[in-house]
Design a binder for this molecule. Structure first.
Ligand code: SAM
Length: 264
């Protein structure tokens, strides 16, 4: 199906073609009988095809209408492929999971909307068993960064508050057609069974403010959201900057603040 389709830049289309990276992704996912696999952006089926052959069943979410029929044709006679033709940001992952069966999400993500996809997945973390995503390497580095690093930011804290973040391997531009300008990397995210965050919206608000003005001290950045005493109660120095504060301290701070949208 590949020859007639021209990659669409606006949809972040960089199709994986190097077999050894495809194999490594399939190995990393390592599907087991009964797993509910959901792939975001199957494209021309580079990862879809081997997963379907191995697992026999797969749901894919693809936005590009030109790819829908070829995907369905690809699956004919070779497993049960459910194709959802939609913007992934509008898909309720909770509905794809069963009452007792969380989904396993994966995909070589469109890089132009990778952060919104990650935040969308976080909103549904309770319905997701794990995620394997290909992203720009720079984004994976930020996701996994710790306090004190220049690249530690809102994405790091939000993801690490809800998931174990494990970078797996790097993929060079030449593995894709057309090649992206940057290195890519595959990351595994495993949502925590019991995240310590008590109120998702409140935590997200505090993080937006703390890192919205990351060069300010938290005393200034969180003005109007909480006072110095709240920070001190959470073990945070008000003269610190957000990039110095560990995830656990931010969670303690947000949990300590009043609920009911007081910080919105
Ligand atoms: N999985 C294929 C591969 O590895 O070769 C394609 C990966 S390509 C980087 C990203 C895919 O996501 C494309 O097929 C693109 O059409 C699709 N896509 C882009 N925006 C999307 C959206 N909002 N919702 C669902 N799929 C989207």
């Amino acid at each position: 199906m590949s020859s007639s389709h021209r990659a669409k830049k606006s949809l972040g289309q960089h199709f994986l073609h190097e077999q050894r990276y495809i194999d490594r992704i399939v190995q990393a996912v390592n599907p087991r009988p009964g797993d509910r696999l959901v792939e975001i952006g199957p494209g021309q089926g580079a990862i879809t095809r081997p997963l379907l052959a191995r697992h026999g069943e797969l749901t894919v979410i693809e936005f590009d209408r030109d790819l829908i029929t070829p995907l369905m044709e690809m699956a004919e006679g070779g497993g049960r492929l459910t194709v959802i033709h939609r913007d992934v940001l509008e898909v309720d992952f909770g509905k794809l999971a069963g009452p007792d069966a969380r989904i396993r999400l994966l995909g070589n993500l469109p890089y132009n909307i990778s952060s919104p996809i990650l935040f969308h997945a976080l909103d549904h973390a309770a319905s997701i068993r794990d995620m394997h995503f290909m992203l720009q390497k720079e984004v994976v580095d930020r996701m996994a960064a710790g306090p004190g690093s220049k690249i530690y930011g809102r994405l790091s804290v939000m993801l690490q508050a809800y998931c174990v973040v494990t970078p797996l391997f790097t993929v060079p531009p030449g593995a894709f057609r057309p090649p992206p300008k940057v290195d890519s990397a595959v990351v595994r995210l495993q949502p925590l069974a019991r995240p310590e965050v008590l109120d998702h919206d409140r935590f997200a608000n505090v993080m937006r403010a703390a890192f919205g003005q990351r060069r300010k001290t938290l005393h200034n950045a969180l003005d109007g959201i909480c006072g110095d005493a709240d920070m001190e109660a959470a073990g945070i120095r008000p003269d610190a900057r957000a990039e110095q504060v560990p995830v656990a301290d931010f969670i303690r701070l947000a949990n300590h603040l009043p609920q009911s949208g007081a910080n919105a």
